[in-house]
Design a protein around this ligand. Structure first.
Ligand SMILES: [Zn+2]
Length: 148
């Protein structure tokens, strides 16, 4: 078996996908072939480095700790609720003002009036829906935090 084939075995060894027979064959070869032994060593080092790089990703953990803080979660939740309510109220107010003037305008056709009113109602319902989804997700987060 040529050395190139053993290089493939080295790869599967490092990936933990090598069969027992192949493993014995590779070990026998590595004892006799310094080139492949060095290859294995290099790949091991390389793999060790990449494994370490996978570990050095503190971001998730940092964020998790941040969000584990009840105050942070509460702050964000309250901010979301207030923002949602405020947005909805402003939208409803603006919509009413607009519709009031728009509907009274005799130059605008009835079809367009109906279309615009439907559009505005749709936007408001969408906002309410998104806000409710946010609150739902926030509640679930809170619940999950309790379980943990
Ligand atoms: Zn070799």
């Amino acid at each position: 078996m040529p050395c190139d084939d053993y290089k493939l075995l080295i790869m599967s060894l490092l990936d933990g996908e090598i069969g027992p027979d192949e493993r014995v064959r590779l070990e026998d070869h590595i004892r006799e072939c310094p080139a492949c032994a060095r290859e294995l060593e290099e790949f091991r080092k390389l793999k060790g480095v990449t494994d370490q790089m996978k570990f050095v990703e503190p971001e998730d953990e940092v964020w998790e700790r941040y969000w584990a803080n009840v105050y942070n979660r509460l702050e964000r939740g309250v901010a979301w609720i207030l923002t949602s309510i405020g947005t909805i109220l402003v939208l409803i107010y603006a919509a009413f003002r607009f519709v009031d003037q728009f509907v009274r305008d005799p130059q605008v056709s009835l079809l367009l009036k109906v279309a615009v009113v439907a559009l505005l109602i749709g936007v408001v319902v969408l906002f309410v829906s998104v806000a409710r989804e946010r609150i739902f997700i926030w509640r679930k987060d809170k619940y999950r935090g309790v379980i943990r």
